[in-house]
Design a protein around this ligand. Structure first.
Ligand code: AMP
Length: 362
């Protein structure tokens, strides 16, 4: 029964268009199906984790405007599970197209490491010291100014440690510049953090915000290994400040859907690392660990439905990614009566590839 006064803009039964066909799209489509929606996935590859659970899918490059226009005609709302999608074709869809949520504006800020730092700083956040770098010469100068260990990251298109090189003042800037493909980049001072955490929130079309407990995230080789709530220690002490910042960022973007901000917990306060205008790997624990998962609340938000409770279902939760051949642990994980196993159906288990995850609640 729908509460009086709640405006349903896109009711169950409608079709949600998801751009990107990876595991985030798969889990979004599964949450959408539970609420009675159909999903149509737009994916440039011949198959993908999300295409296998969607009612329909379009196989075309992200910048194929004719295919995007047909996709837009076939769906009631458009969302994305991947932020390295060209923004212009989405902006060009025109007035008659279904809403794109989160808006292309959120996407534009979040896909540019320099723009997201400036945007978050404008809302009172503290990014790591950083320099925009457009050539090997500029990199040499920035390294000199930094005076200590740094991370060079491409401005656009990087993820999971791809497009990143660690370097120190004595290192050869030309080699680092070549290693990231000579693309526009940001040099960041290395942050001596005590721990890493993220803030995941869902913001409704009406501006309502729901936030989950901030997980403690542990990375290995630049890839998320584990997320755990409650985070404890320094993270618990900094979560309220970081959550308030994330709320201001979401409001300033007029963001609709899930938004994730990643932080380094440092002795002097939280340092902003990066943001994602979408559901996030560090929020997978919410599927079993929270009353409403990040995937369901994303669907609710983009469809104009009221958000569900983000409260913990147990005392806490721990999620571990299954990378590469770790997916072969499935028999042992199934034998653990407390493990919630998720496999994404990817056929090829390359090293570092996210093949699945497992969550324990309690
Ligand atoms: P990113 O793709 O920017 O999230 O980077 C992946 C991971 O690399 C982060 O979660 C950190 O563990 C590490 N990292 C990235 N940038 C920095 C930095 N400036 N200082 C210290 N560690 C970093």
């Amino acid at each position: 029964m729908i509460a009086p006064g709640v405006t349903i803009s896109i009711a169950p039964g409608a079709t949600i268009g998801i751009i990107g066909g990876g595991q985030l799209g798969r889990m979004l489509a599964m949450a959408a199906a539970r609420l009675g929606y159909r999903c149509h996935v737009f994916h440039p590859e011949a198959s993908g984790p999300a295409t296998e659970v969607a009612a329909e899918w379009t196989h075309a490059p992200y910048d194929d405007r004719a295919a995007l226009a047909r996709f837009a005609e076939a769906v009631n709302v458009i969302t994305y599970e991947f932020e390295n999608v060209p923004v212009e074709p989405l902006e060009a869809l025109g007035a008659g197209a279904p809403p794109v949520r989160p808006s292309p504006g959120s996407l534009r800020v979040a896909q540019d490491r320099l723009a997201e730092k400036a945007f978050v700083a404008g809302q009172g956040g503290t990014p790591a010291r950083h320099w925009a770098v457009g050539s090997a010469g500029e990199l040499r100068a920035a390294l000199g100014e930094a005076g200590g260990p740094c991370v060079l990251k491409t401005r656009w298109g990087g993820y999971d440690g791809h497009g990143q090189v660690r370097l120190s003042p004595g290192d050869n800037p030309a080699a680092a510049w070549a290693a990231i493909g000579g693309r526009p980049a940001v040099l960041e001072a290395f942050v001596a953090f005590e721990a890493e955490f993220s803030v995941i929130l869902a913001r409704g079309a009406d501006g309502a915000v729901a936030t989950w407990a901030a997980p403690h995230n542990v990375h290995r080789g630049g890839i998320l290994h584990r997320s755990e709530v409650p985070a404890g220690g320094l993270i618990e002490a900094q979560a309220a400040e970081a959550t308030a910042l994330a709320g201001r960022v979401a409001a300033a973007l007029d963001h609709v859907g899930v938004l994730t901000l990643e932080f380094f917990a440092c002795a002097g306060g939280p340092v902003f690392n990066e943001m994602a205008p979408r559901v996030h790997n560090s929020g997978h624990w919410t599927i079993e660990g929270a009353v409403t998962s990040q995937f369901e609340n994303h669907v609710r938000a983009i469809c104009g439905l009221p958000l569900g409770s983000t409260a913990l279902r147990g005392a806490g939760a721990r999620m571990e990614n299954l990378l590469g051949d770790e997916a072969g642990r499935w028999p042992e994980l199934l034998a653990d009566g407390q493990a919630h196993l998720h496999l994404y159906g990817k056929r090829e288990g390359r090293p570092g590839r996210k093949m699945g995850h497992v969550t324990w609640v309690g």
